[in-house]
Design a protein. Sequence first.
Length: 201
Amino acid sequence: MDITERTQDATLIQSRHRIPEHPLSNDQVLVLQVPYPDPLVVVEPSEARRKIMHGEGDYSRLLTKLYEDIVRFDEITISRRYPTRINGHYVLDPSPIPRFDVPKLNQSPALILFGAGREKKIYVVPPCTRAEPLAFDDIAFRTEEFIDARGRRSCHRCSARDSFLDEFSRDDGVRLYQCSDSDYCNQRIAAQNISAGEPAL
């Protein structure tokens, strides 16, 4: 089969850590690797009991864990694998994607398939499905923010401020931020070269 690094040209996209920055389409399938397919495993060791809890929509212990985070740290500290409710009922583990990517699950036109090889489990979020991160009425879900005292951080390569940024340090100790999605970054750079003089977002 043909291989491409351009998100828009791919029909099958495999990842473990990210949902691409470019919006997906209805002729694409995104495959995410999942190390722990059940979000309830952190509060209930018994798989038989977890199945009953899923069937009954009983996520009270998971919500309690989130509440304990708020009490201890004034916010929910889960950075990846944020539990997400599908169609108002089933809560799934969306793999190690960051919170930044969780809203992309909602009403996505692409089929999103999750595979847990060691657990021999596969589950999917069908296209155009409602997906909502677990949250409280008075404490809204929020994604990561790349803001410091000097303002909003941007990618040092393409100047993007609307993408998920990875942080790294140069040999001289200077901290830099760069788009986690290299295809998105490279396409922005190419577009800026074609449209010279247009400021980066």
